[in-house]
Design a protein around this ligand. Structure first.
Ligand code: GTP
Ligand code: MG
Length: 415
C-alpha cells in the first residue's frame, strides 16, 4: 500500500499532517494508478527542496500554466510557388489474357474460355482552376494496369484514367517543343496512352485449332518525360524595378493584397489582382517580381519571371520617380524584355510614373517627359493620387485588346 507511506513522507517534508483524502487534487505532480500514488523523479526532489522549475518536467510546466501551443516552423509557414516541373509519365500496362478451358459435368471438352485482359489506364493532364501552382505535381506518375482476363470468358476491367491537375496557363513541353497550351478551365491533354489488354486463348479458337493454349500479355503503357511550365494568365502585367511600387499599385487598383515593404525583391511570385469596372468587365493585372538590369543573364531573380510577362496582353511599366534616372529604368526594362523575347517590349503598354507624392518626383517627371514621347501617367500608389487616370487608360488598353481578338476571330481571355 503506497498511500500511507507517502502521506508520512509528505507530512515529514512540510512539517504538518497531510490529509491525503482532501488534498489529493492539490498534491503536486501526482498521478494515480490503481488507487495508489506515484511521483515523478523530479517531483520527488520537489518534496525535499520545495519548488521544482525544471523545464523538462511536463507535469511541472503544466501546473505552472505555461503550456503554449507549439509554434509552426518557418518551413511549414512558407508556401512555395512552383512554376516549372519535369514529370516522368508511364501509362498503365494492359492486363494479360487468360488461358483456361471450360470443364463442367458432362462437358469435359467445353473448349477454350480464357478472356482478354483489360486496357491500361491513360495519364491525362487536366486544367483545374482551383490549383494555383505546380508545387503539388509529383516527379513521377504511373497509370493503373488493366485487369487480367479470367476463365469463363471473363474480360479484365479497363483501368481508370489517372488525372494530373494543373493550373490554368500551363504549357506542356517535350524536349523544348511545345506540345500543348492549356489555357482554359477543364482542358485536357492525354499525355500517355495505356497499353492494350492481352488476348485470352478463346480469341485464338479457329477451325484449325479447337484447343488453343496461346495467350498474349498486355501491351506496355506509353512512357514520356514532359516539362510543365506555368505562365501567369493576366491581361496586364506590372513590369518594373524592385521597390518601384508595383505591389502597392496592385493594392491600390484591385482587391489583391501582395506584400509591400521598403526592400527590393519583396515579391517573389506573381500575384494576380482583378480590376472591376462598373459594367462588370474585369481586367486581370499581374504583379511580376522586380526586374533588374542583367535579368536576362540571370541577375536578380533572373529570367524565371520574365516568362510570366510573355502571357500578358499589355504591359504597365512602373517607374520609380524617387530613383535617380527613371528614363534609364524604362530603357533597361525594355532592353531586358527584348533580350528575353524580341519585340516583347513593343506590346500595347502604358508608362506609370509612381511616387508622385514625393517632393523630388516633379523634377524627375518633367525630365522623363522630355525624353519619352509616349503618354506617361503620374500616380501615387501610396496616396491614391491620379489612380483614376490609370484605370481609364487600363480600360482603353483592354477594349483595344478585345477588339483585336474579335476582329481576328479569336476568343478573348475573360476573367
Ligand atoms: N512615397 C511613396 N512610396 C511608395 C509609393 N508606392 C510604393 N511606395 C513604397 O515603396 C516601397 C516599395 O513598394 P512595393 O510596392 O513593395 O514595391 P515593389 O515594386 O512591389 O517591390 P518588389 O516587390 O521588391 O519588386 C514601399 O515602402 C512602399 O511603401 C508611392 O506612391 N509613394
Ligand atoms: Mg512587390
Amino acid at each position: 500500500m503506497l498511500l500511507p507511506r507517502f502521506s508520512k513522507l509528505i507530512a515529514r517534508c512540510f512539517g504538518r499532517r497531510w490529509d491525503l483524502k482532501e488534498n489529493v487534487r492539490n498534491m503536486p505532480h501526482t498521478t494515480g494508478r490503481r488507487g495508489g500514488m506515484i511521483l515523478s523523479g523530479c517531483c520527488r526532489e520537489r518534496l525535499s527542496v520545495v519548488g521544482c522549475f525544471a523545464a523538462s518536467c511536463s507535469l511541472c510546466t503544466t501546473s505552472r500554466g505555461s503550456s503554449r501551443k507549439k509554434e509552426l516552423s518557418e518551413k511549414k509557414l512558407t508556401s512555395y510557388f512552383v512554376d516549372q516541373r519535369r514529370v516522368r509519365l508511364a501509362a498503365g500496362s494492359g492486363g494479360k489474357g487468360s488461358c483456361s478451358f471450360l470443364s463442367e459435368p458432362r462437358k469435359e471438352w467445353g473448349g477454350p474460355d480464357g478472356g482478354n485482359g483489360g486496357d491500361g489506364g491513360n495519364v491525362v493532364i487536366k486544367v483545374n482552376q482551383q490549383v494555383k501552382s505546380l508545387s503539388a505535381i509529383a516527379p513521377v506518375y504511373r497509370g493503373h494496369d488493366g485487369q487480367a482476363g479470367g476463365s469463363k470468358n471473363c474480360f479484365g476491367r479497363n483501368a481508370n484514367t489517372t488525372y494530373i491537375h494543373v493550373p490554368v496557363g500551363t504549357v506542356i513541353k517535350e524536349n523544348g517543343n511545345t506540345m500543348a497550351d492549356l489555357s482554359r478551365e477543364g482542358q485536357e491533354y492525354v499525355a500517355v496512352y495505356g497499353g492494350a489488354g492481352g488476348k485470352g486463348n478463346r480469341f485464338f479458337l479457329s477451325n484449325e485449332n479447337r484447343a488453343p493454349v496461346t495467350t498474349t500479355p498486355g501491351e506496355k503503357g506509353q512512357e514520356r518525360v514532359l516539362q510543365l511550365e506555368l505562365l501567369t494568365m493576366a491581361h496586364a502585367g506590372l513590369v518594373g524595378f524592385p521597390n518601384a511600387g508595383k505591389s502597392s499599385l496592385l493594392r491600390a487598383i484591385s482587391n489583391a493584397r501582395p506584400a509591400v515593404a521598403a526592400y527590393p525583391f519583396t515579391t517573389l511570385k506573381p500575384h494576380v489582382g482583378i480590376v472591376q469596372y462598373q459594367d462588370y468587365e474585369q481586367v486581370a493585372v499581374a504583379d511580376i517580381p522586380g526586374i533588374i538590369r542583367g535579368a536576362h543573364l540571370n541577375r536578380g531573380l533572373g529570367v524565371s519571371f520574365l516568362r510570366h510577362i510573355e502571357r500578358c496582353r499589355f504591359l504597365l511599366f512602373v517607374l520609380d520617380l524617387s530613383a535617380a534616372d527613371p528614363g534609364a529604368q524604362l530603357r533597361d526594362l525594355r532592353f531586358e524584355l527584348d533580350q528575353y523575347e524580341p519585340g516583347l517590349s513593343r506590346r500595347p503598354q502604358a508608362i506609370v510614373a509612381n511616387k508622385i507624392d514625393l517632393p523630388e518626383a516633379r523634377d524627375s517627371l518633367a525630365e522623363l517627359r522630355r525624353h519619352e514621347k509616349q503618354r506617361i501617367i503620374p500616380v501615387s500608389a501610396l496616396t491614391g493620387d491620379n489612380v483614376e487616370e490609370l484605370l481609364l487608360h487600363l480600360r482603353e488598353l483592354y477594349d483595344g485588346y478585345l477588339e483585336a481578338e474579335q476582329s481576328s476571330g479569336m476568343k478573348p481571355l475573360r476573367w
